[in-house]
Design a protein around this ligand. Structure first.
Ligand code: SF4
Length: 301
């Protein structure tokens, strides 16, 4: 049996930066360091940081006054910053710069008087953070589209969650455009999401099945599984080698593996070890060289 690894896969620049922010805070300040929401959506990463002294919480109010808190890569609504200020917390913001860009777009277009639509998944941390920035309507890209009943000539700005399916987003956006003659469309699906989906499409052509390594609550991992399946092969999202089922891979000659933007490579290595393939190769579809600078207060380290 042969394993073909999709490239790019795994950590994106926003995840690398967010993990580094927590690690530097643990070095610079005395643990515990609080992290609001999972720093990135991967339990392995979260547990590794917790072993070093990070404590993950969901609400600002759970954090003792005057503590250090890192806000997760997914972005946070302004109320969380305000509440943190009221509790005397020192906030280090690990929001991915590409998510911050969406926040800034929301504020700008809303100030310009446009009605803002966000295409995304209700309840996702990034969507909660973005929706807090300005008045906007959420349109879910998965469920039947619930287009707002505004006049057809309303000036509309359409923003998107960064980790959606590229193809579903295009469909959702074209439905919105069909309702409003005056739409400004921002494609906010990020480079990492786009590249991993492009790569898995190519991978699906070559293999009998695709394993996506990553967490169940990771949006981009779920999208990778869907994209692979839509391109004609069975696809399974697994957290780690422990979730691998013998009946999925029995008889397969070529197994494709990819991983989400928050999945550490060690989890991919463990799956390969468990599969014991005769050969491992890499399908390199896109080269990535994106990096993001750290928040100002951590740059000197
Ligand atoms: S998936 Fe995209 S938006 Fe999210 S942290 Fe990575 S680079 Fe940033």
């Amino acid at each position: 049996m042969e394993v073909i690894l999709s490239s790019p896969r795994g950590f994106c620049a926003g995840v690398v930066r967010a993990i580094e922010v927590v690690e530097l805070c643990l070095e610079k300040f005395n643990p515990p360091i609080y992290v609001k929401h999972q720093i990135v959506h991967n339990p392995y990463v979260v547990r590794a940081l917790e072993r070093k002294g990070a404590i993950t919480v969901e609400e600002v109010d759970e954090i003792p006054e005057n503590s250090i808190v890192v806000f997760s890569a997914h972005g946070s609504p302004p109320e969380d910053f305000q509440r943190a200020g009221e509790r005397g917390l020192h906030v280090v913001d690990a929001t991915c710069p590409l998510v911050t860009r969406v926040h800034n777009e929301a504020i700008k277009y809303s100030r310009e008087g446009k009605r803002v639509i966000l295409v995304g998944h209700r309840g996702h941390a990034e969507v909660r953070g973005t929706m807090g920035q300005a008045p906007m309507i959420l349109v879910d890209d998965h469920s039947p589209l619930d287009i707002p009943e505004w006049n057809g000539d309303t000036e509309v700005a359409v923003l998107t969650q960064t980790t959606l399916s590229v193809d579903d987003t295009a469909k959702a956006v074209s439905k919105i455009k069909a309702h409003f003659s005056n739409t400004l469309i921002r494609n906010d699906v990020c480079y990492a999401t786009t590249n991993r989906q492009e790569a898995v499409k190519e991978l699906a052509r070559l293999v009998d099945l695709v394993l996506v390594i990553g967490a169940e609550n990771s949006s981009n991992c779920n999208r990778l599984r869907e994209v692979a399946e839509r391109h004609g092969v069975p696809a399974y999202l697994i957290n780690s080698a422990d979730d691998l089922r013998e009946d999925w891979v029995r008889g397969a000659e070529k197994i494709g593996i990819t991983s989400g933007a928050s999945t550490p490579e060690v989890l991919v290595d463990e799956v390969i070890s468990k599969l014991k393939p005769d050969d491992v190769s890499t399908l390199k579809v896109i080269q990535e060289d994106v990096t993001f600078v750290l928040p100002k207060e951590l740059r000197s380290k």
